[in-house]
Design a protein around this ligand. Structure first.
Ligand code: PEP
Ligand code: MN
Length: 266
């Protein structure tokens, strides 16, 4: 059902007036994890100031180590929702448990399904039974075909509002955290009718190449970019090495907008 053969036109997903997949750029920015009201609020103001509409933030964090910060859970979703309402932004947040999907609908505008859960089929089905937009991230070692099949699990349950997100894959290369598979973008755009985004933070794991990676993403046809922003990355409870501080985020957005304007923001 996600195949271009089934639907020739691009799927357009409406989130807070943004039409993802309409050919314009729509970026998703925010902290890796929700840590406090103040932290999210500072980032949200910067996001809003740039005219962006989608605020990300992890409340349930699927960390590689069980000893790392696991997120604030529902309290994190409450903080996100409060801040997003104050700034008139949409909330994008990861849900990791199928049993939480229903409850999360009160807080999130986009259900994020993370790389580690791309083949959590019960979670995919649960998200497929809602009508909320789903941001589906590519699995750590998933092929493009496996990625498309994961989207098929969601759409086959009735939810057609799916955004695919390339976030890098595991290879032997150690210079970046993952290897950004940039060619996945035009392949996904050709093979499916869904919008495709690129997460430059988790794919590169390197603040110094976020901008060129984002330029590459939009040049090759992505519908938008996701990146992480924190008021003080050095003390962040997750992904301290690659989140941008707010002045860096401002410069990043200015440079990206100059390279690839977001176009008609009515
Ligand atoms: C995230 O975006 O918060 C995240 C954990 O990314 P990924 O699932 O791609 O590792
Ligand atoms: Mn992160």
């Amino acid at each position: 059902l996600v195949s271009r053969k089934m639907q020739a036109e691009d799927t357009i997903i409406e989130i807070k007036g943004e039409k993802i997949g309409d050919g314009n750029l729509h970026h998703i920015m925010g902290p890796c994890s929700v840590e406090s009201y103040e932290q999210v609020s500072q980032v949200a103001k910067a996001v809003k100031q740039k005219g962006l509409k989608m605020l990300r933030g992890g409340a349930f964090k699927p960390r590689t180590s069980p000893y790392d910060f696991q997120g604030l859970g529902v309290e994190g979703l409450q903080i996100l929702k409060q801040v997003a309402d104050e700034q008139d932004l949409a909330v994008v947040s990861e849900i990791v448990n199928p049993a939480h999907v229903e409850k999360a609908l009160d807080y999130v505008d986009v259900i994020q399904i993370g790389a580690r859960n791309m083949q959590n089929f019960e979670l995919l089905k649960a998200a497929g039974e809602t009508d909320k937009p789903v941001l589906l991230k590519r699995g750590l070692s998933a092929t493009i075909s496996e990625f498309i099949n994961a989207a098929e699990y969601i759409i086959s349950r009735g939810n057609r509002n799916i955004i695919l997100c390339e976030r890098g894959i595991r290879t032997y290369e150690k210079a970046t955290r993952n290897t950004l598979d940039i060619s996945a973008v035009p392949i996904l755009k050709q093979e499916t009718h869904l919008p495709v985004m690129v997460d430059v933070t988790h794919s590169t794991g390197r603040r110094d190449i976020l901008l060129p990676a984002a330029k590459a993403a939009v040049a090759i046809g992505a519908d938008g970019v996701m990146a992480e922003v924190h008021p003080d990355p050095a003390v962040a409870l997750s992904d301290a090495a690659q989140q941008m501080d707010i002045p860096t985020f401002d410069r990043f957005m200015n440079a990206l907008d100059e390279y690839a304007p977001r176009v008609s923001m009515q």
